[in-house]
Design a binder for this molecule. Structure first.
Ligand SMILES: Cc1cc2nc3c(=O)[nH]c(=O)nc-3n(C[C@H](O)[C@H](O)[C@H](O)COP(=O)(O)OP(=O)(O)OC[C@H]3O[C@@H](n4cnc5c(N)ncnc54)[C@H](O)[C@@H]3O)c2cc1C
Length: 346
């Protein structure tokens, strides 16, 4: 185990390949709300913790305009909240390494985890907290990939401003689709929300706001079957299919925003880990996965809802449970249940 928070323990470096091996108490994969919160708690517990992030700290907060449901903040910009989380975690000693993509997390025979980054660097630790979130699900229709970035988008806040005065469509029926359709009306002249059912799954308050917006029209019971472009290679038409009436028609639209769910980023876990039917990781109440010492928190965990609040709640539990597990290892009792590991000291 690494000792204290006195800087990274570089235990081996290969000068020829430039590949290094580091030791930490806790390796946290992903710097979204869950990873940053886990980093803050691990830092407060005086653990040697590193947060490995493939991009910049923030996760989905960086793709969200306004957060209006994080307690204490009636309305806060996504990137502002991300910055606050990051500063707070770093203040308590969590080390952040950005532009580091984790390729594999594997439990070695002696129980140590080996986390391998895309540059070949190895991070050895007795515990890992995976908070890698999810990736937007694609529609899988003709033209979707061809017109990605040329009309097709998965991020309203990133691309919305390109559609000032345009007619666009949003696909989906959950919170993300409802919220982002509303958000996009600040740019687009007209926003169609295309949903395959006859009612939305999103929260009632978001629906109320959506239905009250004169720029939005919902196209019920329908799917987009294909995205078609013009001679310049830009999207201009969506092929719609009404599943109830079987009617097919063209919708003129220069933008297609897809919000039909997320796939959990669990592919980095090399060993089999228990998951639900949708691929989300199943944990016990301590956020421990079916692999001893491997914890999961946030959007990639199997649970009722996925929000910033739930991500930080999970991460709090995961970091404290990881600390207790480290204590058990130190006491030579790695098999004892985490709840019997003694008091929380941070
Ligand atoms: C459009 C939209 C609007 C939303 N609006 C709200 C809202 O208003 N209120 C609310 O509470 N929630 C909202 N959410 C949901 C909320 O953003 C998520 O629940 C929350 O961000 C989940 O946090 P997380 O840390 O689990 O995952 P994420 O935020 O997804 O963070 C995961 C991080 O892991 C990194 N990562 C992934 N794989 C690797 C790898 N292999 N190596 C290194 N790093 C990796 C990613 O780059 C990312 O930074 C919204 C989500 C979306 C998409």
């Amino acid at each position: 185990m690494a000792d204290g928070i006195s800087g990274p323990d570089l235990v081996a470096g290969d000068k020829l390949s430039g590949v290094s091996t580091y030791e930490y108490d806790v390796v946290i994969v992903g710097a979204g709300p869950a990873g940053m919160c886990a980093g803050m708690y691990a830092g407060r517990a005086m653990l040697k913790a590193v947060v490995l992030e493939r991009g910049f700290p923030g996760g989905e907060l960086l793709n969200t305009e306004l957060i209006e449901d994080y307690p204490g903040f009636e309305s806060v910009l996504g990137h502002e909240l991300a910055e606050k989380f990051h500063t707070h975690a770093a203040k308590f000693g969590a080390e952040f390494r950005t532009s580091v993509t984790v390729e594999k997390v594997k439990r070695l025979d002696d129980g140590t985890f080996e986390t391998v980054a895309d540059n070949g660097d190895r991070y050895l630790s007795p515990t890992v907290i995976v908070t890698a979130g999810g990736t937007p699900v694609k529609l899988g229709i003709p033209g979707e990939l061809e017109y990605a970035g040329k009309g097709v988008s998965y991020c309203a806040i990133c691309d919305g401003a390109f559609f000032r005065g345009h007619t666009i469509a949003v696909v989906g029926g959950g919170d993300a689709a409802t919220e982002e359709a509303y958000f996009l009306t600040r740019y687009a002249e007209k926003v169609y929300l295309v949903h395959r059912r006859d009612s939305l799954r999103s929260s009632k308050i978001l629906q109320q706001r959506l239905f009250a917006n004169p720029k939005i029209e919902v196209i019920w019971d329908s799917v987009v079957e294909a995205a078609v472009g013009d001679a310049a290679g830009l999207l201009n038409t969506l092929k719609l299919h009404n599943l109830k009436t079987d009617e097919r028609r063209d919708l003129k639209a220069t933008g297609l925003f897809v919000f039909v769910g997320f796939r959990p980023n669990t592919g980095i876990i090399a060993d089999h880990v228990n998951h639900d039917d949708m691929g989300y990781i199943v944990t016990d109440p301590h956020m421990q996965t079916s692999i001893r010492g491997l914890f999961a928190a946030g959007d990639l965990r199997s649970q009722l809802t996925r929000q910033v609040t739930t991500a930080v709640g999970d991460a709090t539990t995961a970091a404290i449970a990881a600390e207790k597990y480290l204590k058990l290892i130190k006491d030579g009792q790695p098999e004892v249940a985490i709840e019997n590991a003694g008091g929380y000291s941070a």
